[in-house]
Design a protein around this ligand. Structure first.
Ligand SMILES: Cc1ncc(COP(=O)(O)O)c(C=O)c1O
Length: 339
């Protein structure tokens, strides 16, 4: 695929296509006008799901009104406790087409409860899509793999090999549980993508005719490094972030916003006397000061209306010591401000 963004869009199209098929018509021909009540169609995803889902519902003609946010728990994962009830309630006004479990949200790296979502989807024939664009690589790390339980029941999963694996962009893969689902995308022509051709043809599985040979760099990475080294490279930054989270748990000058599921940690620096907007401004100031020399990188996001700093480890070389240097620099800047 050209990107996680287009992978998400295609997954939603396939979900909608299957939904239409079950209602007795071909979405490819009739479009969403074929549904008796198109305005009831709903796609469910976590509050913090990636904005590419918004692009997808826009481009599919469903509109953003169709994308319904599910509440998250204290760890920013879709809240298991309330999910079954919420779905029951939503059913009164909506036809649920697809649920999206994010396996590694962009802001916090949280992994939604895939197994529970898979169970709920199976009960009612809803398509389960896993947006693992950022996080699904960590499924390869044996100790992290159980966090993705239920992925084998998903109808589709998107994964970006151009993130942690360092494959040249674009390098995204859309997996489907049943290969026949790709038939929903096929569009034949007499000169190209012929129905009678027998060779494997990615052009019958997703829209572009002209595309890079992304499989080659990915295969070269996997075979060149070997799976053991790839896994080691994924594990190092995960352990670094986890160790940092354990350390920050007990320190007074830093407020931690979650326990990391993957390689992202959100926190903010405290400064006596500062609250609310002033504390938000402090985080922006620290961000700008830290980034200015061009030596370190940190990012920012908003969680529950609060501005937080965000450490993202994707490099296979990032260690706890490296992350502590960044924390040390933040502490130095705070001392400077205090003085
Ligand atoms: C969870 C998630 N989904 C989708 C995307 C979009 O992927 P891409 O940048 O390949 O379009 C991202 C990108 O960061 C992401 O983190």
């Amino acid at each position: 695929m050209y990107s996680g963004t287009y992978g998400n869009q295609q997954a939603l199209y396939m979900a909608l296509h299957r939904h239409a098929e079950r209602q007795g018509f071909d979405l490819a021909q009739k479009g969403i006008g074929g549904f008796t009540h198109p305005q009831r169609l709903a796609i469910l995803a976590a509050e913090g799901a990636h904005f590419s889902l918004k692009h997808a519902v826009r481009m599919l003609g469903l509109g953003e009104q169709s994308l319904i946010s599910l509440p998250v728990d204290a760890q920013w994962r879709i809240d298991k406790e309330v999910l079954p009830t919420i779905i029951q309630e939503l059913r009164r006004k909506h036809d649920i087409v697809c649920m999206v479990a994010t396996a590694g949200t962009t802001s916090t790296g949280a992994i939604d409860p895939i197994a529970l979502m898979a169970e709920l989807c199976a009960e009612s024939g809803v398509w389960l899509h896993v947006d693992g664009a950022y996080g699904y690589a960590y499924k390869l790390v044996p100790e992290w793999s159980p966090r993705f339980a239920g992925d084998d029941l998903a109808d589709s999963i998107i994964w970006d090999a151009h993130k942690q694996l360092g494959a040249p962009i674009p390098n995204s893969i859309l997996f489907v549980r049943q290969r026949t689902e790709f038939g929903r995308m096929a569009l034949y022509s007499p000169y190209f993508n012929r129905a009678e051709d027998v060779e494997p043809n990615p052009g019958l599985k997703s829209p572009p005719s002209t595309r890079p040979l992304s499989a080659l760099p990915l295969t070269a990475i996997l075979r060149g490094q070997g799976l053991r080294q790839v896994i080691e490279g994924l594990r190092t930054p995960l352990v670094a972030i986890k160790t940092l989270a354990d350390y920050l748990h007990d320190v007074a000058d830093i407020e931690l916003f979650h326990q990391p599921d993957t390689g992202i940690l959100c926190f903010r620096m405290r400064l006596a006397g500062l609250t609310g907007e002033a504390l938000d401004d402090l985080q922006r100031h620290l961000y700008e000061r830290l980034m200015a020399p061009g030596k370190r990188s940190i990012s920012m996001t908003n969680l529950a209306g609060k501005r937080v700093l965000r450490l993202v480890t994707v490099s296979p070389y990032t260690t706890f010591t490296d992350l502590m240097e960044t924390v040390g620099e933040l502490r130095r800047l705070i001392r400077e401000i205090r003085e």
